[in-house]
Design a protein around this ligand. Structure first.
Ligand code: FES
Length: 117
């Protein structure tokens, strides 16, 4: 039996996504990961770019430490749980790519299915 989670109005509940942007380590920072973070903030009407984390609906954002993929940075990790298990990593990110990724997630695309954007 497939279990669907429904909200209080009986509508299908959106999946929760935890989105980590590597900003605090040298490699991603050198490649301007702060602009990736700032775009996340802008897309969600956050004015304080210094926040470590914030959430908007089903999307949970946080600045993170090195993910061990420095040569491909800036990196963004998307997972369905807070611990980041079974996460999808998106490399070579920039403000345009993160905006497209967020749009795809909001449209209901599974991060595992998002390849080209
Ligand atoms: S500095 Fe970002 S993955 Fe290592």
């Amino acid at each position: 039996m497939i279990e669907e989670s429904l909200d209080e109005k009986g509508k299908k509940k959106k999946k929760e996504y935890f989105i980590s942007v590597c900003t605090s380590s040298k490699a991603c920072k050198k490649r301007a990961s702060k602009y990736v973070w700032e775009r996340c903030c802008n897309e969600h009407n956050r004015e304080n770019f210094e926040e470590e984390s914030f959430e908007d609906g089903n999307l949970h954002f946080r600045q993170s430490q090195c993910m061990g993929l420095c040569k491909q940075g800036p990196n963004v990790k998307v997972s369905e749980d807070e611990e980041g298990k079974d996460a999808s990593i998106f490399s070579w990110m920039n403000p345009i790519k993160i905006a497209k990724l967020l749009k795809r997630l909001k449209s209901g695309n599974d991060p595992k299915d998002i390849k080209n954007f």
